[in-house]
Design a protein around this ligand. Structure first.
Ligand code: SF4
Ligand code: SF4
Length: 138
């Protein structure tokens, strides 16, 4: 992944983050079925490729109890900046979150969906590009 593309993806994460948090800050503290579990803390190839392009190695976390709370979850929410989380932490929208955004602004929901798709597209292009190389280095 070139640094330019990685920066572009990071900017998209930084754009969507306050939009999501504008809702989750109110919703999540009252949630009875918190989604932040160890089983969700799985970095995929796209996450590794993206995060390594900033010189950050992902710590491999050995999860023994997949239903335990994610190690990055604190009392005030996730301690990682969004761009350093697995992508799935951003694309997963629980039903209460979708409903709340939809009730507040369908336009905002469309904007959030577009940002997620833009991140997905850029990640996909980079992964396809990498799989077309022999050793991942060009
Ligand atoms: S995002 Fe949804 S499922 Fe996850 S903790 Fe917040 S309210 Fe609960
Ligand atoms: S990395 Fe953060 S957002 Fe993702 S599951 Fe863990 S606490 Fe939740």
């Amino acid at each position: 992944m070139t640094h330019g593309v990685a920066e572009e993806i990071k900017l998209l994460y930084e754009e969507i983050s306050p939009l999501i948090e504008g809702y989750t800050s109110g919703l999540c503290p009252q949630c009875n079925d918190v989604c932040c579990r160890q089983r969700h803390l799985q970095y995929d190839d796209g996450d590794r490729l993206f995060i390594r392009s900033f010189g950050i190695e992902i710590e491999e976390i050995e999860a023994h109890d997949m239903d335990a709370c994610c190690v990055f979850l604190s009392e005030s929410g996730c301690i990682l900046p969004r761009w350093q989380r697995p992508f799935r932490c951003t694309w997963f929208f629980c039903e209460p979150l979708i409903e709340e955004v939809q009730d507040n602004s369908a336009r905002e929901l469309r904007r959030m969906v577009k940002l997620v798709r833009d991140i997905q597209t850029l990640r996909g292009c980079c992964l396809n590009h990498m799989s077309g190389t022999t050793n991942g280095i060009r």
